[in-house]
Ligand binder design. Structure first.
Ligand SMILES: *Cc1c(COP(=O)(O)O)cnc(C)c1O
Length: 470
C-alpha cells in the first residue's frame, strides 16, 4: 500500500524528470500549473509582510479529481443506477470549494452544524447533502428533517430520539444507520473507524447487535439506507472493500427479514488514501471501484442506489501551502529554514510526522523552482514549540532568507483545518487557474487572511474587563 509508512521520505520534487517519466500528461500538467501558480503568487504579492504564508488551490485539479471519481463509478455501475458522490466537507470546508464540486455534480457530506451551514451556503441541494454528525443534538436532527437532508444515525439512542421526532414531523429525508463492521485498523490508529471499539456507528459484531439492527429496520419502514465508513488514510483498499461487503450483506439480510426491498441506498463512506510521495494518484478511484465490483458484485447490480463520501482523495493534490523563508541557520550541524508554515496549517504533519510526511518544493525569491545540490535541512514553522517542523532532515536545494517553500498535496485537511496555537492567523486561501501554454495565472480569493483585529476579537477582545470587574 502506498500510504505513508513510518519513516518514509517523500520525494522532494514533484516535477523531477525521474518522477515524471512514468506520469501521464495529467500529472505533469498538474506540476507545471503548480510552478506557474507559485511564481504568479509571489509576483502578485499574495504573500505579504503581514501574511507571509498562503494556501493555493488548483481549480483544474479539483475538477479533474471530481470527474475521475464519477467516471470510475460510471464504468462499473449498472445502467441507470443512481450514484450520489458527496464531498466530505471537513477535508476543505470552504463554500467556493463545495460550490465548485456541486458544479461538477457532487453533493456534500456534513458532520456538524457548521458543515451543514456551509453546504447550504454553497447551494448544495438537501437531497444531495448527507448529515453524519457523530453527536447530533435534537435541534440539529430537527433542522435536518425539516430540510430533508439525508441523515445517518450513529447509535440506538439517536435512533430513539429520531422515533420521537418523526411522530410530529413530516420529512423527505432518507434515513439510515451507520454501522461499524469491526474489521480492524489500518496503518494509522486515529484514522481507523472499523476497529472493535471505534466510537462510530453500531458495532456489527457485538453480541446481539446484528439482530437488534435487523429488527430495528423491520420495525421502522422509513429506515431505507445503510452507511459505513471504514476509515481514512492508511486503511488498505482491501479492508475498505471488506467493510462494504459487510454493508451489502447486512442490507440483503434486512431486506429478506422485511420481506421487501426496504433498504434501497448504500452509503460506502470515503477513505481512499493519497500517496503523499508523488503526484500520480495511486491507487485511484478506478482501482477502488473495480475492486468493489470484483469483491461485492451485487453492489453494481442496480438494486441499490449508492452514495460515496470522499474527501482527501478529491482535494489533497489540488492544494499547496506556500511560505516565505524568513531566516536560515545551522544548529548542531543541521541547517534549519525558519518559515511561516507550521503547526497552524499542518497540524497532522507536525504532531504525527511519521504518519503524515509531506513533499516540500523549494522556490527562490521570485518563486521560480530552486536549483542546487540537495542539502539535508529542517523546515521549521513559526510556532513556539520545538516540534513545530514540517520536514526533518530533508534533502532540498539549500534555502536562503527570502526564498519560498511549498508544502505539497495540502488541499485537504491542512490550511482549512487551522490550529489556533500561538494566535497565528488563518492564512488566506486562493484558488488559481494556471495555463502553462500562455504562462498566465488567475487567482480568486476563497478565504482572506485573518487580521490581527479578528485575532483580538477571537481572544475575547470585546470582554477585556470581564475578569477584573467580576
Ligand atoms: C472523514 C469522513 C469521510 C471522508 O474521509 P476521506 O478519508 O477524506 O475520504 C467520509 N465519511 C465520513 C463519515 C467521515 O468521517
Amino acid at each position: 500500500m502506498p500510504t505513508p509508512a513510518a519513516g518514509s521520505q517523500p520525494a522532494d520534487h514533484a516535477s523531477d524528470s525521474s518522477c515524471d517519466q512514468a506520469a501521464s500528461s495529467d500529472h505533469t500538467a498538474l506540476a507545471a500549473r503548480r510552478d506557474l501558480a507559485v511564481r504568479a503568487a509571489v509576483a502578485e504579492g499574495l504573500l505579504t509582510a503581514e501574511h507571509p504564508v498562503a494556501a493555493l488551490l488548483d481549480v483544474a485539479t479539483v475538477r479533474e479529481r471530481a470527474r475521475a471519481l464519477r467516471a470510475a463509478f460510471e464504468e462499473v455501475a449498472a445502467p441507470g443506477q443512481r450514484v450520489l458522490h458527496t464531498f466530505a466537507a471537513k477535508a476543505a470546508a470552504l463554500v467556493p470549494v463545495l460550490r465548485l464540486l456541486a458544479a461538477e455534480g457532487l453533493g456534500c457530506e456534513a458532520a456538524s452544524p457548521g458543515e451543514l451551514a456551509l453546504a447550504r451556503a454553497a447551494g448544495v441541494a438537501p437531497s444531495r447533502t448527507v448529515l453524519d454528525s457523530p453527536a447530533k443534538t435534537t435541534a440539529e436532527l430537527r433542522e435536518a428533517l425539516a430540510l430533508g437532508v439525508v441523515v445517518n444515525v450513529d447509535n440506538p439512542q439517536e435512533l430513539a430520539r429520531l422515533d420521537g421526532l418523526l411522530t410530529d414531523t413530516m420529512t423527505s429525508s432518507p434515513l439510515g444507520v451507520r454501522v461499524n463492521p469491526q474489521l480492524g485498523a489500518g496503518a494509522i490508529d486515529a484514522m481507523s473507524t472499523a476497529t472493535a471499539t471505534s466510537k462510530f456507528g453500531v458495532g456489527l459484531r457485538d453480541p446481539g447487535a446484528r439482530e437488534w439492527l435487523v429488527q430495528a429496520y423491520v420495525d421502522r419502514p422509513w429506515l431505507t439506507a445503510l452507511h459505513t465508513h471504514t476509515g481514512s488514510q492508511g486503511v488498505p483498499l482491501s479492508l475498505m472493500a471488506a467493510g462494504v461487503r459487510e454493508l451489502y450483506t447486512l442490507a440483503e439480510e434486512v431486506n429478506a427479514a422485511a420481506g421487501r426491498r426496504q433498504v434501497t441506498v448504500l452509503d460506502l463512506g470515503g477513505g481512499l488514501p493519497v500517496d503523499f510521495s508523488r503526484d500520480e494518484p495511486s491507487p485511484d478511484f478506478g482501482d477502488y471501484a473495480r475492486l468493489l465490483a470484483a469483491e461485492v458484485p451485487g453492489l453494481f447490480s442496480g438494486a441499490y442506489a449508492l452514495t460515496t463520501e470522499f474527501g482527501r482523495a478529491l482535494l489533497a493534490r489540488a492544494g499547496l501551502v506556500l511560505t516565505r523563508v524568513e531566516y536560515t541557520k545551522e544548529t548542531g550541524g543541521r541547517p534549519i529554514a525558519v518559515t511561516h508554515a507550521g503547526v497552524q496549517v499542518a497540524a497532522r504533519t507536525v504532531f504525527a510526522p511519521e504518519a503524515w510526511p509531506l513533499r516540500v518544493r523549494a522556490y527562490d525569491q521570485q518563486g521560480a523552482p530552486k536549483a542546487g545540490e540537495p542539502v539535508a535541512q529542517d523546515l521549521a514553522g513559526p510556532a513556539c514549540f520545538a516540534g513545530d517542523l514540517t520536514a526533518r532532515d530533508r534533502k532540498l536545494p539549500l534555502l536562503h532568507p527570502g526564498d519560498h517553500a511549498a508544502l505539497l498535496d495540502t488541499g485537504a485537511y491542512y490550511a482549512t483545518n487551522h490550529f489556533a496555537y500561538n494566535s497565528l492567523p488563518r492564512p488566506g486561501i486562493y484558488g488559481y487557474r494556471a495555463d502553462p501554454a500562455t504562462g498566465t495565472t488567475r487567482f480568486a480569493t476563497l478565504r482572506r487572511p485573518q487580521s490581527l483585529a479578528e485575532i483580538v476579537a477571537e481572544g475575547g477582545g470585546a470582554y477585556g474587563t470581564g475578569l477584573t470587574d467580576l
